[in-house]
Ligand binder design. Sequence first.
Ligand SMILES: Nc1nc2c(c(=O)[nH]1)N[C@H]1C(S)=C(S)[C@@H](COP(=O)(O)OP(=O)(O)OC[C@H]3O[C@@H](n4cnc5c(=O)[nH]c(N)nc54)[C@H](O)[C@@H]3O)O[C@H]1N2
Ligand SMILES: Nc1nc2c(c(=O)[nH]1)N[C@H]1C(S)=C(S)[C@@H](COP(=O)(O)OP(=O)(O)OC[C@H]3O[C@@H](n4cnc5c(=O)[nH]c(N)nc54)[C@H](O)[C@@H]3O)O[C@H]1N2
Ligand code: SF4
Ligand SMILES: [Mo]
Length: 752
Amino acid sequence: MTEPAPADRTVFRTCPLCEATCGLQIEVRDGAVKRIRGDRDDVFSSGFICPKGSTLKQLHEDPDRLRKPVVRRGVDHDGAPVFAEVSWDEAFRVVEEKLTAVRERHGAEAVGVYLGNPNVHLLGAATHTRPFLKALGSRSRFSASTVDQMPRHVASGYLYGSGVSMPVPDMDRTDLFVLLGANPFASNGSICTAPGFPDRIDAVRERGGRVVVIDPRRSRTAEAADLHLSIRPGTDAALLAAIVHHLIGTDQVSMGRVSALVEGTGELAAAVEGFTPDWAAGVTGIDADQIRSLADEIGAAKSAAVYGRIGTTTVEFGTLTTWLLDVVAILTGNLDEPGGMMFPRAATERVRPSRPGRTYRVGRWASRVSGRPEVQGELPAADMPDEMMEPGDGQLKMMFTCAGNPVLSCPDGDRMDEAFASLDAMVSVDIYLNETTRHADVILPPPSALEKSHYDIAFYGLSIRNISNFSDAVFDSDALTEEDIYAKLTLIALGMGAGSDPEIVHDQMLRELLGAETAVEGSPLAAREVDDLLAQLAEGSGSVRVVDAMLRTGPYGDQFGADPDGLSVAKLRENPHGIDLGALEPRIPAILKTVGDRIDLFAGPFLEELARLDARATEWAMDGRLRLVGRRHLRSNNSWMHNLEVLVKGKARCTLQINPADAAELGITDGIDAIVRSRVGQVVAPVEVTDSVMPGVVSLPHGWGHDMAGAKMDVARRHAGVNSNVLTDPAVVDPLSGTAALNAIPVEVVRA
Ligand SMILES: Nc1nc2c(c(=O)[nH]1)N[C@H]1C(S)=C(S)[C@@H](COP(=O)(O)OP(=O)(O)OC[C@H]3O[C@@H](n4cnc5c(=O)[nH]c(N)nc54)[C@H](O)[C@@H]3O)O[C@H]1N2
Ligand SMILES: Nc1nc2c(c(=O)[nH]1)N[C@H]1C(S)=C(S)[C@@H](COP(=O)(O)OP(=O)(O)OC[C@H]3O[C@@H](n4cnc5c(=O)[nH]c(N)nc54)[C@H](O)[C@@H]3O)O[C@H]1N2
Ligand code: SF4
Ligand SMILES: [Mo]
């Protein structure tokens, strides 16, 4: 046996694949990755890694991953699109030609954008999609937010005055951790950055705390909890309203420090009058005594973190549910307190004197066809097919999809697919030729994760400790990085020509950012010269310099020398395992951006939503239909990591789970194929009979359906599965946030 060859170098970097921000230790030999392990010295993840983390190697090496831009050159004899590799220059020239033609004929509003999930994980996109969107000047912006967390933004907007002030569970210090519609044992957590989430849940129990999981499925998280309550899909708002009812009715309201700022508690008592635990029992399927005892437990706990995720946001009452979660925290003195729900303070946060409080607004414009309101500058992803296919003024004729695969991830998959096929022009910024990008005229592929620098601008703002960690690229690449691609697209959209230098955009962004800082009276940078600050920035790509500027002017920054111990990219480069900035600290009232720094419980239309809930809930309880929910698997990542053999091998995972009682009634047995039908579509999937789903509920994971003509993902094609979103009804959205109801979809199931 030969000794394994030693590594040439070992580097440390943060995994960009999910929200957990795990530290990786990467051994490199002969210009290739030899091995990837968890970084035991990482200040946050302490060595934790999931099976996806090490696949950055396989992703980097995947022969199907695009290395060069491709341009569509017609279709083959089977009707599948044919693409040819071209130079970056030529690719951008084609983009310019297409964009110019569509804008000249149909105007700027005929061009739309979908920003997919990885944009929040990719540094170049996090910094540089903004100037691109601005340059496009179209209100037809869509993103993964409206198939995900938009209710969280809207609830925060109304309560705290800013859609991005989102409280996270302070789980390392809590006495009671209640999780609704979240399965961090598979997802590793969301809107709650906590590497090693499963270990942290175990730790709550080890130190004598309690963990409760509310989910229609007995998920792995539910198995690890002290208590699992099965709930009928889509009904968490009813459960939470009853908890609020019980807390108020039994005098268990104790708001603590924030009480002087809260308005609307009198109205609240009246509003939840009818939402008794007995009523909620009929809606949710959870016993009334059980609801009362859960409410008592939350009321009595020294600290409690009541946290909701996908199962609470991607439902018809997503915003109401999210608001009720915060109401529970407020009433029990758990908002902004250790062990409760707290607001992180990211190192890239802007600390300029904040603007005066404002009333949170949505609906500044609306979807052309559905009339649904704009929220956080976006329209509902569920509206994309109509916007592309319904003729008339403002019809979308061209789309940019940026790190997104809406054909698989957004509602009404079949029509979504048709809609993208119907466009006059389409450009994708993506690393694969997949179900969505096969419709593009041009695909612009940034390099692999290991070939770009990384900093989690988004997730350190949602993290259970304040952390800062920067990673340089592991390998060099000839490909344009995300920031250069978006800078080029910005210049094209501004009419400055496909040949323009992306540095123009980077320079402009940095000047704006630093200019704003130097303009603040009393700031340590007041009266400094922008050119002087620019010259001091860290070396690196456009995004690295933007991050350096943000860090240095941020709440822990070195203020360009004024605070020599403060943060900068240089300092983080000296600390490759990250810097721990400490546990979360109370931030109210400073964080409030509302008028008069108040927390008005009824700043949004929540009274109306409660009334709507009352009306709808009875319908649900009565109709007796099966409800479809999703689920995630540790070895998947939405729609795009199924081309890595190491992750997809083994038992097929895209199965329809059904409870034995329902299976018996429908004459369905384990392993056969079943037809699942909703109002908008149908799929055929293999059945898995299991009591891990409650009676009345079936479950299908999303992100599968990789058998479409023209996609070039050979491994994924062999493990195709079916697209669960063919079943998702675009007509059902949470009206306050435009978020699609991906869960609780009424379906019929029959033998195939
Ligand atoms: N039924 C159902 N549907 C769901 C969900 C559900 O729970 N149930 N979940 C929803 C949620 S929470 C989300 S966030 C969405 C996600 O859905 P999308 O926003 O569509 O994102 P992904 O499916 O993750 O697809 C990511 C895309 O980015 C590309 N990509 C990967 N890495 C890179 C990179 O480095 N650069 C670039 N430019 N591209 C890259 C991939 O090839 C892929 O095309 O799906 C939603 N859809
Ligand atoms: N391995 C892996 N990790 C991921 C992803 C992935 O695809 N794979 N995706 C990433 C993304 S983009 C996100 S947003 C996060 C999501 O992170 P999580 O929210 O933790 O996602 P899920 O694992 O889908 O857990 C949602 C749970 O809600 C339950 N549920 C469904 N409907 C209801 C309901 O009406 N009420 C209640 N109480 N529960 C319900 C489902 O059974 C499921 O167990 O995960 C991220 N991490
Ligand atoms: S949990 Fe998330 S961040 Fe950690 S290794 Fe897995 S995919 Fe990467
Ligand atoms: Mo997501």
